[in-house]
Write a protein that binds this ligand. Structure first.
Ligand code: SF4
Length: 356
């Protein structure tokens, strides 16, 4: 059975800045800026780059009132819904909502008690702003750690249920939940357990996952396993690098699982001693030149005639390398031979024509 037709966990749907999350809605791709939010120019520029890459909801840190106020100016210049990430000070959450944040990410346990939680809930309810409760294995309460000894999946789940209860006490149910740990198996297990207990939509991520390669592996395993089981409504791939890479990796995960298709999918062989063209340079040039395309299209770049024609035929367009040339395939049929020095240009032109 294809993964895309797998039964998804039945989560209730919420709307964040016009974007449906949960229920039957497609899995939504998120990222987070790493610029100081009060630096409006830098933050807007980064959000525009994220938008271009396909990011659908962006989170920004709001550590002070200047950042909360800056949201208004930022919102006026971008098209994505913003989630304000708040810790410790409920006034920042209220100010962020007043300045246009469409979502909050906060931990109701660390903003100073019931009265302050009530203030935030009132502001969120008034503007229909969902709140994501973000449980992080690194910041569980002392009492939960005392009970469980370590930040186990069960400890994360108990923490989440307690924090959700703090919002439900005020009859607030516009809730999304995340349970993040840098330990992949703990993350997966925690979501599985909580998924059996309630129906709020889940935001998936493996936190503090590391740099591009190690972080991609951890996130792909954690997020991928859960999505393959039908669990998860939004995703953020956490990487210690340019957040645009987070969006690219997120789409690769969703594409590999058959859940979302966006842009050019390059099918390329790893090359071997039979390779007859400079495939590394060709793949890099083609990928880079076509990175702005959003229409789904499959491009095969293969080094020789062993597996080349087979893969190239199955793709929308492809080449199989020969001695100093490549055989061009389109929609399963051989079109012509193209000289090696012309392969990148011809492929790029052809793909652009096909998607326009
Ligand atoms: Fe090697 Fe050809 Fe296979 Fe590429 S397609 S890995 S060059 S045999």
């Amino acid at each position: 059975m294809p993964l895309s037709s797998m039964k998804r966990r039945a989560s209730r749907q919420i709307i964040l800045g016009g974007i449906p999350i949960g229920g039957e809605a497609p899995v939504v791709v998120q990222s987070m800026t790493n610029t100081p939010t009060k630096d409006v120019v830098a933050t807007v520029n980064q959000i525009k780059r994220l938008t271009y890459a396909g990011c659908e909801i962006v989170r920004v840190a709001v550590p002070d009132m200047e950042s909360a106020t800056a949201l208004k100016e930022i919102k006026a210049q971008i098209s994505l819904p913003i989630i304000a990430d708040i810790h410790f000070d409920y006034r920042l959450a209220v100010a962020a909502i007043e300045n246009g944040a469409e979502g909050l990410r906060l931990n109701p346990g660390n903003i100073g008690g019931r009265r302050k939680v009530k203030e935030v809930v009132s502001a969120a309810r008034y503007r229909t702003v969902p709140i994501r409760i973000g449980v992080n294995a690194g910041s569980l309460s002392r009492s939960i750690l005392k009970t469980y000894g370590h930040p186990t999946p069960e400890a994360m789940v108990e923490s989440a249920i307690g924090l959700i209860g703090m919002l439900e006490d005020f009859d607030f149910r516009l809730i999304k939940v995340s349970l993040k740990s840098s330990n992949v198996s703990h993350t997966v297990e925690a979501y599985r357990i909580l998924g059996e207990k309630l129906d709020y939509p889940f935001h998936l991520g493996v936190t503090e996952a590391g740099s591009l390669i190690s972080g991609t592996v951890k996130n792909t395993l954690g997020i991928g396993m859960l999505l393959a089981e039908g669990i998860g409504d939004t995703v953020r791939v956490s990487l210690t690098c340019d957040p645009v890479e987070e969006v690219r990796v997120a789409y690769e995960i969703l594409r590999a699982l058959g859940l979302r298709q966006r842009g050019v999918e390059i099918i390329s062989c790893p090359t071997c001693g039979r390779c007859q063209i400079d495939l590394f340079s060709l793949a890099e040039e083609v990928q880079h030149a076509l990175s702005s395309i959003t229409t789904p299209i499959k491009v095969a770049l293969m080094g020789c005639a062993v597996n080349g024609p087979g893969e190239a035929r199955e793709a929308d367009i492809g080449i199989a390398g020969g001695q100093g040339y490549g055989t061009l395939f389109k929609k399963g049929k051989v079109v012509r031979k193209v000289a090696e020095h012309d392969l990148a240009r011809v492929l790029i032109d052809e793909v652009r024509r096909m998607v326009n």
